[in-house]
Design a protein around this ligand. Structure first.
Ligand code: G6P
Length: 482
């Protein structure tokens, strides 16, 4: 039993099953892993899904890490919930990615998948209910698990429950595309929490603006009191007769742990990769980007902007290299696969159009290679972070922290990181390829002292709320004054 519980789709460890039946544990990184390290593993439990055959085998054999509870969910239910709903519907809604003339289509197949999504969430709610001490604090993560707070509230009214969304939240007009009953179920799921958290005010406000319900399932009303920043949604569900219940809407902008990141970025393995990249780039300027190959990251428009830079400002030909790292993501889904293929194809096109015998304009690496990314962070003269919409985007915060000679940041105004970094970044409308090309030119020609000054300020802003503090602030707020 635990007094602090975390729930997320992807857990802190995963298992690879070897041909000889061996299980190889791989530990993941990320904000949540370092955040939870602030709490003793004796008092905490992390509930996550078994993601592949290795994880499932580990569950069957009873292999695991202390404080980690993996759920072996039926693979078909899991695929419907993760691919069919979380990554195809909720991800597209919150990032405004629908191709409106053709999508979305909410039909019987969608409803069948939604049932799986509900069952998958239910498996988490039951596991949490069974593992939580009386009055324990439960921190549920992300759009995969939006129904868990409501389901858990019904099972365990005594718990303090928070939900944190790492993505943006859909604007009210986008959210209203969902069938009404499903939209209400989604909102009631979230409103089962005492607190819902977001990385920025923009996403918190979007949630508030869309959180009206007035139907047979109940009434929920957001309240925006003048003068202070305490935002609540008021409702009666799960409250005693005549009582009101409120869900607080809060903002916790996740930052970077400078010490931990620098230690990672200045390892010998990264030094070696840096030497390789330096040999490839020569004395040319570098424009760096690092993303999962995923539509919201807007990699194609970034490449188009680079092409426009080389076209309209030919003085850069042969004098700049674009280092792009693209980690394949969610490749079970055709839309993500074809996006990945388009990125590789456009990079090749640019290389064919402008490349010379001794200059390859785009060096793209389509694989999960964090060591190369860290080396590229150190080398970067310019960082390009141009998502069409992004919950936070930690790459924008990591690069200034490890950059060796100061790095000019070209940043989309639709990235969550914009709220904290806009003053020292060169900000762009991510749809405006020409503006992005111009910003790349400005970044490349920024005088060195200005670049280093801006980088210092960017690094300070990026480290304002490192993961452990980010996590503890939520926990303290959830538990109330000690
Ligand atoms: C986003 C989500 C995270 C998720 C990550 C990777 O950043 O907010 O919750 O872990 O994408 O996505 P994946 O589908 O690979 O877990």
């Amino acid at each position: 039993m635990a007094s602090v519980l975390v729930a997320s789709n992807r857990g802190p460890v995963s298992y690879a099953l070897g041909g000889d039946g061996s299980l190889d544990a791989r530990r993941g990184g990320g904000g949540l892993v370092s955040g939870l390290s602030a709490v003793s593993s004796q008092d905490s439990v992390w509930v996550c899904a078994a993601l592949g055959e290795g994880d499932r085998e580990a569950v069957r054999r009873g292999v695991g890490e202390p404080g980690v509870r993996m759920l072996d969910i039926d693979p078909d239910v899991y695929a419907d919930a993760y691919n069919g709903i979380a990554n195809s519907v909720l991800w597209f809604l919150h990032h405004h990615l629908y191709d409106i003339p053709r999508e979305p289509v909410y039909d019987a197949e969608f409803r069948r998948r939604w049932e799986s999504y509900r069952a998958y969430n239910r498996a988490f709610a039951e596991a949490l209910a069974g593992a939580a001490d009386e009055g324990a604090a439960v921190l549920v993560q992300d759009y995969h698990l939006a129904l868990v707070p409501g389901q858990l509230r019904e099972l365990r009214p005594d718990l303090r429950i928070a939900h944190f969304t790492h993505t943006p939240w859909a604007s009210p007009a986008y959210l209203r595309m969902l069938p009404d009953d499903i939209r209400e179920e989604l909102l009631w799921g979230m409103l089962g929490a005492d607190e819902v958290g977001f990385h920025t005010w923009a996403w918190a406000s979007a949630f508030m603006s869309g959180a009206h319900i007035d139907s047979a399932t109940g009434v929920a009303e957001p309240s925006f009191p003048a003068g202070d920043r305490r935002r609540t949604v008021n409702h009666r569900r799960w409250a005693g007769p005549g009582a009101n219940r409120t869900t607080e809407v809060k903002v916790y902008p996740l930052g970077v742990d400078a010490e931990e990141l620098r230690a990672l970025a200045y390892r010998p393995a990264v030094d070696e990769r840096l030497a390789e990249l330096r040999a490839e780039a020569g004395d040319r300027k570098t424009i760096v980007r690092v993303d999962r190959t995923e539509l919201s990251k807007n990699i194609l428009r970034g490449l188009l902007a680079y092409r426009e830079l080389l076209t309209t400002r030919p003085e850069w030909r042969g004098r700049v290299v674009h280092l792009a790292s693209a980690y394949p993501s969610r490749q079970d889904l055709e839309v993500y696969r074809s996006y990945t293929a388009s990125v590789a194809a456009l990079a090749e096109e640019i290389n064919a159009e402008f490349g010379t015998e001794d200059w390859t304009p785009v060096l793209v690496s389509v694989k999960d290679d964090f060591t190369r990314s860290l080396a590229a962070y150190r080398l970067a003269d310019v960082a390009l972070v141009n998502p069409v919409r992004d919950g936070m985007n930690l790459v924008a915060k990591e690069i200034p922290v490890v950059s060796e000679q100061g790095c000019a940041l070209v940043l989309s105004r639709e990235a969550g990181a914009y709220e904290e970094l806009r003053e020292d970044a060169l900000t762009v409308n991510p749809f405006d390829v020409s503006e992005t090309a111009e910003a790349l030119h400005t970044a490349l020609t920024m005088p060195h002292p200005e670049r280093t000054d801006r980088t210092k300020r960017l690094a300070t802003a990026s480290t304002a709320l490192p993961p452990q503090r980010w996590f503890l602030n939520q926990l303290e707020s959830l538990r109330g004054p000690a």
